[in-house]
Design a protein around this ligand. Structure first.
Ligand code: URA
Length: 275
């Protein structure tokens, strides 16, 4: 049997050396096959007498396949670059499904699920935030936590629309593991998904929430104070930048300026506030 150890050395030190060498060799073979740790553990307990599997650090794609195999569901295919996959998606649902299989950056290892978008977008207004947090990672819905409640109030009490009449999305589709800012490498590998999302949605206006979304979408290093308060044009689509709701929770005094930005965005697409 492939994994059987035949340690015949008399000398305990020599036996230990042989055991270590056998484990190393096995580890290399297992890594080449992408064996997951859960299966290694199972092997150790079932085949403990005659077979030894050792821990490997599977690639994220291999880990996903192994996890799926363990759960008895079809393994996702290894992912190509979002740069190749995203333009090939013909509908938002195709895109959502492709995003759900994405393993292009390290965030796929720590996410619970991808967070694609919320809303049906009948008004074709797209809000873009930065990245899912813990609530969003758990629910799969962008802006599901306290900042999301404030965004819902802006939409429903301020704009007098239903939340499901707009789209809400993020730069990143996975939660950054430290719950912090999108790392530049993650933003770079994720951005083709958002680009295709915008192409397929064809929003009448984009409202960028916060510095990260505004800088990324406008390709500008200017700070938010310089970017907000006017209507930009991004590849033919009007864009207004404003404060991130999480910042408004910390600095409620900025809500007044945020509301001015939202009104500006509404005027830009001819949306009147009924009195
Ligand atoms: N902050 C974001 O930018 N996006 C979310 O989905 C939640 C919080």
């Amino acid at each position: 049997m492939e994994h059987e150890l035949q340690l015949g050395a008399e000398d305990p030190l020599e036996e230990t050396r042989l055991l270590a060498a056998a484990l190393q060799a096995h580890s290399r073979r297992a890594a080449a096959r992408g064996v997951a740790w859960s299966r290694v553990e199972a092997n150790l307990s079932v085949e403990g007498k005659s077979g030894v599997e050792t821990k490997t650090m599977p690639s994220s794609a291999a880990a996903d396949r192994a996890r799926s195999a363990d759960a008895g569901v079809a393994a996702p295919a290894p992912t190509e670059s979002p740069r190749i996959l995203a333009p090939a998606c013909a509908t938002l649902e195709d895109l959502r499904a492709a995003v759900a299989r994405c393993t292009a950056c390290e965030l796929c290892r720590t996410r619970t699920q991808t967070v694609f978008s919320d809303g049906l977008g009948a008004r074709r207004i797209l809000f873009v935030g930065d990245a899912p947090g813990a609530d969003e990672d758990r629910s799969g819905v962008p802006f599901a936590g306290a900042a999301g409640q404030l965004l819902t109030d802006i939409i429903e009490k301020g704009m007098r629309l239903r939340r499901d009449e707009v789209w809400i999305a993020n730069l990143l589709k996975c939660r950054p593991s430290d719950n912090g800012k999108p790392a530049p490498r993650a933003s770079e590998s994720c951005s083709p998904w958002l680009e295709r999302q915008i192409e397929l949605m064809q929003p009448r206006i984009i409202i960028a929430l916060g510095q990260a979304a505004a800088s990324h979408l406008l390709g500008s290093d200017d700070n938010l104070a310089r970017l907000r308060g006017r209507v930009h044009e991004r590849r033919g689509i009007p864009l207004v930048a404003t404060y991130h709701p999480a910042n408004l929770l910390r600095t409620p005094a900025d809500k007044k300026e945020c509301w001015q930005d939202i009104q500006l965005a509404m005027r830009a697409i001819g949306l009147q506030l009924s009195s």
